[in-house]
Design a protein around this ligand. Structure first.
Ligand SMILES: [Zn+2]
Length: 309
């Protein structure tokens, strides 16, 4: 176990402990949608968000393979266990070739939160993408969808995955977080000098007709917040977060996420959306915006095509 792992671990403990305390006695959770109803739904990301939202972490971890099995999608199970905890990652791979694009969405949530925007929405976006990729496979790149466990515990699932697998064919990774509220995309934890993968991602969003600093933002290293891509970045893979935010809140968000002191006391100050509901009992499916989910889906289609070129 490296020093970096210790850091991730402590951060995870703090994160779960704090939210558990803050969410005690929170609003009664909305009842989760029955799984069969999700399966029989229209397959939109908004409908698919019901697969995980409002369920316990145990039920969320069971719902992902249940859905893949019922849809006849081949997938691999990647269980892990360490003194930090145990869980199961799930991997679906589509396409051929020796270059791999990894798209990540964690399936767990913090205790006391329905975990709709964090992160049932992102899992739903990837499942909807999977449908499109199954109809028309990606060209020039293999797409690996990785559904991780225990992100909220210091990226535990992603760190276990990175330890288990060879990554030398991975050209880049994106971790989807908070993909359900807003109208502007943010690629974050980006370095000053963009490596080829990041150039391909930005170029794909340009090609989609999105304007930089308006339709999409490329944001530097974000203090305090993080996501599974950091486990990949620590292993030397170009890896970033992908989130959607309300453009009208861009300035407030910038102040919020780039001021670590303010962010540490983030439960005490006014939190701009999407952080209003983040890690709270109010993170319910009813707050998700269909247009936001569709926007992330279109961006991923463009990125898959762009990285494959
Ligand atoms: Zn999350």
């Amino acid at each position: 176990m490296s020093l970096r792992d210790v850091g991730f671990y402590l951060r995870g403990c703090l994160n779960s402990g704090l939210t558990w305390v803050l969410n005690r006695g929170g609003a009664a959770a909305e009842a989760p949608v029955p799984l069969e109803q999700v399966l029989a739904g229209d397959g939109s990301p908004l409908a698919l968000a019901g697969l995980l939202a409002g369920r316990s972490n145990e039920a969320r971890e069971a719902a992902v393979p249940w859905y893949l099995e019922r849809r006849g999608v081949p997938f691999a199970r990647r269980p892990f266990r360490s003194f930090e905890g145990a869980g199961e990652n799930f991997v679906v791979e589509v396409g051929e070739g020796d270059r791999v694009l990894v798209l990540i969405a964690h399936h767990d949530a913090v205790p006391g939160s329905p975990g709709a925007n964090d992160n049932a929405a992102a899992v739903a976006v990837l499942l909807a993408l999977l449908d499109r990729l199954a109809r028309r496979g990606p060209r020039g790149v293999r797409v690996r969808l990785l559904f991780t466990a225990a992100e909220e515990r210091g990226y535990l699932g992603a760190r276990a995955y990175v330890r288990q697998e060879r990554l030398d064919d991975v050209v880049g990774a994106l971790s989807l977080e908070l993909c359900g509220i807003g109208d502007a995309l943010a690629v974050w934890d980006a370095p000053e000098v963009p490596p080829r993968f990041l150039q391909a991602v930005a170029g794909s969003l340009d090609a989609l007709g999105l304007r930089r600093d308006e339709g999409y933002h490329v944001v530097g290293r974000v203090p305090v917040f993080g996501s599974d891509h950091r486990a990949f970045a620590a292993a030397g893979v170009p890896a970033y977060g992908l989130t959607v935010v309300p453009l009208r809140e861009a300035e407030a968000l910038r102040r919020f996420v780039f001021n670590p002191v303010r962010s540490v006391f983030r439960t005490l100050v006014r939190r701009p959306p999407p952080f209003e509901t983040y890690h709270t009992p109010r993170d319910a499916v009813g707050t998700l915006e269909a247009a936001a989910l569709e926007r992330v889906g279109r961006a991923l289609d463009a990125i898959v095509a762009g990285v494959g070129r």
